[in-house]
Write a protein that binds this ligand. Sequence first.
Ligand SMILES: O=C(CCC1CCCC1)NO
Ligand SMILES: [Zn+2]
Length: 370
Amino acid sequence: MTTGYLWHPLYGWNDTGSGSLTPADPAVGLQPVGHHFAHPDNKRRMHELVEVSGLLDQLHRVPARPAKRAEILRVHTEEHHDRIVAESALPKGGDAGDGVSPFGKGGYEIAALAAGGALAMVDAVVRGEVDNGFALVNPCGHHAVPETGMGFCVFNNVAVAVRHAQEVLGVERIAVVDWDVHHGNGTQAVFWEDPRVLTVSMHQDRLYPPRGGTVGERGGGAGLYTNLNVPRPPGTGDAGYVDAMDAVIVPALRAFQPDLVVVACGFDPSYFDPLAHTMVSAAGFATLTERVMEAAAELCDGRLAMVQEGGYSIHYVAICGAITIATLAGVEPIADPYLALLADVYGIHALEEHQLASRKAAEVLVADIP
Ligand SMILES: O=C(CCC1CCCC1)NO
Ligand SMILES: [Zn+2]
């Protein structure tokens, strides 16, 4: 099997400033902390582990390239695109649109490279250059809506890639599975009325964006019933995520019959993540990856592209990422150095109420898929 891998050094140069979310503001007690939550080091370290562990030698390198303006405009408004271009030219850069998503001078070029990286990986998978692949892009994209960026996301990388697959490659039916711990509101919005794209988001319940990602948000117009939200309670662990995958997401993929599966892969569900509390281990991400690989093999000749979204633990993102990519490539992963610590943690094992919640969701959500 040939597994593609995409990384560009510029992803590690995205300047998110010295604040933790917003820039420092001494008057209200916000000190400069040096590393914004979305500081690129977590993803740079993940790439370095992929290289240092020897995993990179077993992957097929897919080159990143910037998304063109016209490719970004398949998803975003001209106003949003051109505002990012303008702020990116300023000496201190600008913000994606919500005040907590800063970028430095040249931030536009990096964000366009992130969208282009997702597009290049989907292109390589659909054209058969690789069987599957992982695009380790930065900044993330799944919160970005057509009109603005938000939640550390400038452009919706996955949405730009999906639109390319539809309009240039002629792919008829595409499923996006988002297991970033935050709701994939942007991708949901872009494809809300598109019956050709199934958008599924599994995320910590009512975490971010506030009040969003509920089971009742099911798509609209011609796209009704092609959007699924699977909220999970804090502490749900590997078992809660895998149970939702088995009880809801894989059945939904079978019902939809996609020609391509794209995973919006965040590692912020992880046990050590500072921005969420779902307690997933590296083994949990490996199992989720195995499940989507099996579904892609059954439904669309294994065509699966994974695109990096969030992930904020300096201790665990690289480990979870390297183990996930090794699983995708079908090669022996590195051992998880935290396994002994996590193996018997309460919450990583199945809880009755999680399983009951999954089955109830499956009854409601899967039956109506057209
Ligand atoms: O990883 C992310 C970013 C979430 C943060 C954005 C502001 C507070 C939470 N989204 O997937
Ligand atoms: Zn996230």
